[in-house]
Design a protein around this ligand. Structure first.
Ligand SMILES: NC(=O)c1ccc[n+]([C@@H]2O[C@H](COP(=O)([O-])OP(=O)(O)OC[C@H]3O[C@@H](n4cnc5c(N)ncnc54)[C@H](OP(=O)(O)O)[C@@H]3O)[C@@H](O)[C@H]2O)c1
Length: 286
């Protein structure tokens, strides 16, 4: 029977120590870290996510400000707001919630966020730094996976890690984080995606399997190695319930460690955003 990782407990522990660090930071610097979140339009998933961020900020004693813009906002207006927030000495971190309306060029918007305030790590400068093994910020979801593995003493060095998914926000930066020359990294990696022939040939070889696909229960029992560590990043809504990319019940008996969905990686993600916001606040005073 697998060891089931309790992401909620890990998130709580990180948050408690982070809160202490933030309170110390406020006392020492007379500055409260502040996260500005821009949301354009009314995408329900984005609205929900922003509500969760607000809650995380409150828990961590971080100031939060939401800028809700109409779906008709022009790119120029959005760039102007980002400019103002870039200049605002009270704002430590900026998030521009995606998806953006079609008439707005997402890349141009992400490039406009000052790299020192880019707590989501979407600016190509920050992604480039990560690719070079000298990251400034780590994107929150793969950062959450890394932190979870570090805290659970899941060592990737010397093992074969297979990541399924190569998106810019999960799979690809996950690979870059695990490739770093540091403890709990130094991974030997295989990255799979939708054009991979015979996915199970690769997943069966994984000592550590990280699924970030967005397809409910695509990873079945016969696709995992006995005793593997399974990190399920997927969050898929099926008949009103949240399920992962891994057929959890099927694989539970076969693997050694597994993260559930919900309650695995998800709760840790926003806490890492708070960690990045504190780091960004430190840049304002240096
Ligand atoms: N827990 C959290 O905090 C958190 C945060 C972010 C995302 N997520 C979840 O993580 C999942 C992935 O998110 P994402 O943003 O990375 O999704 P995405 O942008 O849609 O990327 C999905 C990746 O999976 C690959 N893929 C699709 N079908 C495949 C198949 N049949 N076999 C192998 N690979 C396949 C795609 O390949 P191609 O590149 O070839 O298209 C792509 O690289 C989603 O369920 C999302 O909700 C969770």
């Amino acid at each position: 029977m697998a060891r089931i990782i309790d992401g909620r407990k890990i998130a709580k522990e990180i948050n408690e120590s982070l809160k202490v660090k933030i309170e110390d930071f406020i006392k020492k610097n007379k500055l409260t870290p502040k996260l500005a979140v821009i949301i354009v339009g009314e995408d329900p998933a984005s609205l929900f996510y922003v509500k969760m961020i607000a809650r995380s900020c409150e828990r961590a004693s971080i100031d939060f400000e939401k800028y809700s813009l109409s779906g008709k906002t022009s790119e120029k207006e959005l760039l102007k707001l980002i400019d103002n927030l870039n200049e605002d000495k009270k704002v430590s971190g900026i998030i521009v919630q995606v998806p953006l309306p079609e008439h707005v060029n997402q890349e141009r918007i992400q490039e406009a966020v000052n790299p020192s305030k880019d707590v989501d790590c979407f600016n190509p400068i920050n992604m480039g730094r990560l690719a070079l093994g000298k990251p400034e910020f780590l994107p929150c979801t793969p950062y959450a996976v890394y932190e979870l593995m570090r805290r659970e003493n899941i060592v990737v060095e010397g093992k074969h890690t297979v990541i399924v998914g190569r998106s810019g926000i999960v799979g690809r930066p996950m690979a870059l984080i695990l490739l770093q020359k540091k403890q709990y990294a130094n991974a030997t990696l295989t990255i799979c995606h939708s054009r991979t022939n015979d996915l199970s040939y690769f997943t069966r070889q994984a000592d550590i399997l990280i699924a970030a696909v967005g397809k409910s229960e695509i990873i079945k029992r016969d696709m995992v190695k006995k005793g593997a560590v399974i990190i399920d990043v997927g969050t898929n809504e099926v008949e009103g319930k949240l399920v992962g990319d891994v057929a959890y019940e099927e694989v539970l008996e076969k693997v050694s460690v597994i993260t559930p969905v919900p309650g695995g990686v998800g709760p840790i993600t926003n806490v890492m955003l708070m960690q990045n916001t504190l780091k960004a606040a430190g840049k304002l005073i240096n």
